[in-house]
Design a protein around this ligand. Sequence first.
Ligand code: AMP
Ligand code: MG
Length: 325
Amino acid sequence: METEIKGADGIARGAEIIKSGDIVAFPTETVYGLGGDALNATAIKKIFEAKGRPQDNPLIVHISDKSQAEGVAHVTPAALALFERFAPGPLTVVLKKKDCIPSEVTAGLDTVGIRIPRHDIARRLISLAGTPVAAPSANTSSRISPTTAAHVYEDMKGRIPLILDGGQCEIGIESTVLDMSGEVPVILRPGAVTIEMLLEVLPMVMNSRGELKVAKAPGMKYKHYAPVVACALASSAESAKKFYARLVADGHKPVIIGRKGYVSDASIKFMDAGDTAAEVARNIYKLLRDAEKLYDYIIIEKFSDTDLEYSIMNRLIKSTQGVII
Ligand code: AMP
Ligand code: MG
């Protein structure tokens, strides 16, 4: 097979190749990728063959816009907040996958890594192809990742039809991979989006050495109904208490706001928001105003998604900028 190298003028051809179930190398801001239609198991097999990649190493799925994320994964509010802040860019977010993603892409896992690359050629290619693009680095398995089209050619000559040349990769090392599929976000692979940057959006992140890091004041970008101090929604009383203890250990002064009886330990600062949804609605803004004067971190019980409770949650998700612990 002849391997052609083209610049941005080859994007349309590259998109056609992807649509036809074949594979193409393309530049991203991290390293060059070897991409195929993420929804087509045959294309995915071609990627593994061309690289000689072990089947148990999952591929990252690249999309051109965050609105496509819902099509491939179950997107949580916290993941959306991450995309708002860091996409397009060198951050891969691992989420529970949807059924349309074949198990070949994820090496049999029930999660999928999603990234929106920033490189113009990558985004135009993915959007023209009209499908999510699964792409590992465009090197032979276990070789050095390619940061120029010439590097890709060294490894992929005769194995793929087209390499899109977008010059030298701006960042030069692979994306940060953040697993958001469990209770605590975990960095699986460090990259140009650092833990300090992630802690601007998330209340806590486990680094790749297994150490839990807690934000000083996360997510101050989107201020709607927002207290002046950091806050987060708790998915259960257990996670609220665990997070409260972690904050205290880190020298914070947290409080938990919830319905009557949500937390009853005398050692935990708790504000009672009432019994019924109507009471919570009536009290919640006053409680937030009181809490921000006395505490530096507010943890709020997450209510259900029905009726008036839903309307309260709608405001609280904005108050917490989608941060759920
Ligand atoms: P590469 O595309 O060669 O940079 O490799 C992609 C890497 O992303 C894999 O080796 C994994 O470390 C990581 N990754 C991709 N998808 C997942 C997933 N579903 N769960 C955990 N890690 C993943
Ligand atoms: Mg690689």
